[in-house]
Write a protein that binds this ligand. Structure first.
Ligand code: DGL
Length: 290
C-alpha cells in the first residue's frame, strides 16, 4: 500500500476522468490558495460514465497509483462516476486520504432541501452519468442523511460529449437535449437538483432556464473544497503559512492535443497552457519508462 506524505508542503492531487474536475480545482484554489495542486485528467479514456464499474475501478486504481509518485498528502477524486462506483475500494487500496465528491454533494443537497419552504415535495432530483445513476450511490448517501427524502435520478449521457465537444449552453441542440432530460423534473416540481457530474456546472444557467422554476442547483465543488479544508485542518497538514501561490497548479493528461488547453479555461475560469502528457501505456504497465 503506497504511503503518503504528512508534510504540509506536500501537494494535493486531484483526479478526474477528463476536464470536468477542474471545477473542483477552481473551488480548491479559492478556499486553499497556498496549497500546491497536481491535476490528473485521464483525457484519453474519458468518458468513464458509460463504462462498467469494473473498468472504472481499474482505470481509477491506475490513475491514483500514478499520482502517488508526487507524494501527495491527500487525493481528491473529483469524478462523480469514480466517487459513486469505486471509492470504497480505493480507500482500501491506498493509505493516502481519498476524498470523493459524492458525499459532499449529497450533504449540500440535503441542506438545501431543509431550506425549502414547508409543503414542498421531499424530493431531490439528480442528473448524472449512466454509471452514477446505476450505482444508486447518491440515493444511499442522501438516505443516510435524511431517510424521508426521495432521490429521483436521470442519466444524461449526451451532456458530457456535448461539453467536451465545446458546444455552448445557448446552442439549439444543447437546449433541446436539456428539454428532454429535464422534463420529468419540471413536471414533479423538484425543489433541489444535484448536478451529479463534474461537467454539468458549465450548463448551470441553461439548466436553470430550462427548468424555469426556483430550483436550487447543487454543484459539489465548493462543498468538496470545504471538506478537504476540514480534513487538512484535522490532520494538521494544511499549508496555511506564507503568501498565496500565484500558480500552484500542474496538470497531467493522457491524451495529447489541444483540446485540454482550449476547453480547460471554461472549467477553471482561466487559461492553462502545456499540460504534461502521460502515455496511457505507462498507467497500464507502470514499469514502462517514458
Ligand atoms: N467525470 C465524470 C463524472 O463526473 C464525467 C465524465 C465521464 O463520463 O467520464 O461523472
Amino acid at each position: 500500500m503506497p504511503a503518503f506524505s504528512s508534510q504540509p508542503s506536500a501537494p494535493i492531487a486531484v483526479f478526474d476522468s477528463g476536464l470536468g474536475g477542474l471545477t473542483v480545482v477552481r473551488a480548491l484554489m479559492r478556499r486553499l490558495p497556498r496549497e500546491k495542486l497536481i491535476y490528473f485528467g485521464d483525457t484519453a479514456r474519458v468518458p468513464y460514465g458509460s463504462k462498467s464499474p469494473r473498468t472504472v475501478l481499474q482505470f481509477a486504481r491506475q490513475c491514483l497509483h500514478f499520482l502517488t509518485q508526487f507524494n501527495p498528502k491527500l487525493i481528491v477524486v473529483a469524478c462523480n462516476t469514480v466517487s459513486a462506483t469505486a471509492l470504497e475500494s480505493l480507500h482500501h487500496d491506498f493509505a493516502i486520504p481519498v476524498i470523493g465528491v459524492l458525499e459532499p454533494g449529497a450533504a449540500a443537497a440535503v441542506a438545501a432541501a431543509a431550506r425549502t419552504p414547508a409543503g414542498q415535495p421531499r424530493r431531490i432530483g439528480l442528473i448524472a452519468t449512466e454509471a452514477t445513476i446505476a450505482s444508486q450511490a447518491y440515493n444511499q448517501a442522501v438516505t443516510r442523511l435524511d431517510a424521508t427524502i426521495q432521490v429521483i435520478g436521470r442519466a444524461c449521457p449526451l451532456l458530457v460529449p456535448m461539453i467536451e465537444e465545446g458546444r455552448l449552453p445557448d446552442s439549439p441542440i444543447v437546449r433541446s437535449v436539456l428539454q428532454e432530460y429535464l422534463q420529468p423534473f419540471k413536471s414533479l416540481q423538484i425543489p433541489v437538483l444535484i448536478l451529479g457530474c463534474t461537467h454539468y456546472p458549465i450548463f448551470s444557467q441553461a439548466i436553470e432556464e430550462t427548468l424555469g422554476l426556483p430550483t436550487a442547483l447543487i454543484d459539489s465543488a465548493d462543498q468538496t473544497a470545504l471538506v478537504v479544508a476540514e480534513k487538512l485542518a484535522t490532520m494538521h497538514i494544511a499549508n496555511d503559512a506564507g503568501t498565496p501561490l500565484a500558480d500552484g497548479l500542474t496538470c497531467y493528461v493522457t491524451d495529447q492535443g489541444q483540446r485540454f488547453e482550449s476547453l480547460a479555461g471554461r472549467f477553471l475560469g482561466r487559461l492553462i497552457t502545456q499540460p504534461v502528457w502521460v502515455e496511457p501505456e505507462r498507467l497500464e504497465n507502470p514499469t514502462v519508462e517514458k
